[in-house]
Design a binder for this molecule. Sequence first.
Ligand code: ATP
Ligand code: GLA
Length: 517
Amino acid sequence: MSVPTFHNLSFYSDPSANVQRYKDLIKSFESIYHDTPDFISRSPGRVNLIGDHIDYSYFSALPMAIETDVIGAVKVLPGSNEVVLHNTDPAFARESFVLPAEGQVVEIDKSKFSWASYFKCGYIVAQKYIQEKGNHQQPFNGLLILFDGTVPTGGGLSSSAAFCVATTMAVLRANGVTQISKEDLTRITVVSEHYVGVNNGGMDQCASIYGERDKALLIQFQPKLEGQAFAFPVVKPNDMVFLITNSLVQANKKETAPVNYNLRAVEVAVAAEVLAKQFNLKLLQDSNLGTGQLRGFMETYYLQEKGVPLWNNDIDQGIIQLNGVLALLEKIFDSEEKKSGHFYTTENTAKVLGLSTEEFQEKFLSQFPVRYQYLKLYQRSKHVYSESLRVLETLKLLREQTDGARFLSEFGRLMNESQESLSSQFETSREELATLCQVALSHGSYGSRITGAGFGGSVVHLLTTDKVETVQRELREKYYKKQFPNITEEEIQAAMTVSKSGLGTCVLEKTDGSWDF
Ligand code: ATP
Ligand code: GLA
């Protein structure tokens, strides 16, 4: 399935609400560059409904693409080697760079961090794709681009993935790649942010690319990376909705990576190897770090110790197997000391793995540097396996076509358990996020949880339409006004959105030389 091209705004649920934004984009482009754009590249943000911090252990997640997005108007300049970037958001000042000589890949200056670094992430993967395909005889074209984004940055809704994917699509299209499959675009973009030093999984890019209107997505990593759209049950008499509330505490994933995001990725990779060591199992070294990963441990354990493969489509078997591995954790982390979170120093862990400290550092800490005193292996692996179990339990509810009322209460419970696990085992929550959950839950939310990386960002709530107003009113008074005494009504409204699922990445072209919006 190829990434689609449109000639109008019909992919939005309310095209007319977006007309002015696109007209403004073109007008600003023309006034900045004194030229007209050739096409527009677009990719949306996402909200993850359940299954956080398990994608980099290759377990499935259930997000949906949302209607807020990043759009970039692009003018292609054959014969030029300059790329110029402008943004409608004044926080992102003008940037430009010169393309390297043919055959070389764009470089990211690590000493000077800016939004252009994220642009270059998207650029590099497009460049490599074109070079790998071997059908690029010409030098890369110069570009003039104006971006406009409605996904809040650092808000847990994947503005970075939306921006990087829109960039990659723009670079591909500007250099002659008019067709690319969703599968290929996902495969190349999942690693894009690694170039700025964030060791993320692939959920965000996959959700942004595979998004469908009125559908959520099951993102699978194994046996292969793909997104499958599915619909939620119909709830009556009031429709089911997801309310997204931004805590307005910005989570800067890149800046805090050594103690937050990247550290979690190291902890789960080390946990997989420690678990494997107990059974003398050799794991496939296929994590982002080139080590074993937790799904890989589980798969190898079940095959070699029990003689059975991991569940495929048999959700009940998956539930049994995940419960089995959760019980196994209790046996392996068999002392209070190992469970305490104060045992796995670098030295202790290296010893458990039969490695020297230097070998341990080389294997786990050399690619994405992290800082820690102790690795919390028990807590992190418990979250990963229990969260994966919750994803399967949600799929079971969906597959059994559970009636609306039961779905609300069961899925709500799973969302709340996920929040509890993210808070106590994975430690990605914080007081502000907990307050958003508590207030909403005591006024009609069935389930409330952090969405995405956490450490700030947004909370997603499961509601019915009749409860939205009350929950918003309570959050206005008990969270936003208390937390930010000078906040305006407009800012509060922008922080709370009832999310509609939106279409994934697409390109917009003119019809007979003019824009049709
Ligand atoms: P999360 O991954 O937790 O959902 P996020 O993706 O919104 O959060 P970060 O991973 O911190 O946040 O990435 C934000 C960075 O992405 C910004 O600092 C900027 O460099 C880039 N970015 C995002 N949106 C835009 C945009 N509209 N224009 C330019 N750069 C953007
Ligand atoms: C960020 C990452 C994703 C995923 C989530 C947590 O959004 O980019 O790959 O790990 O955090 O689920």
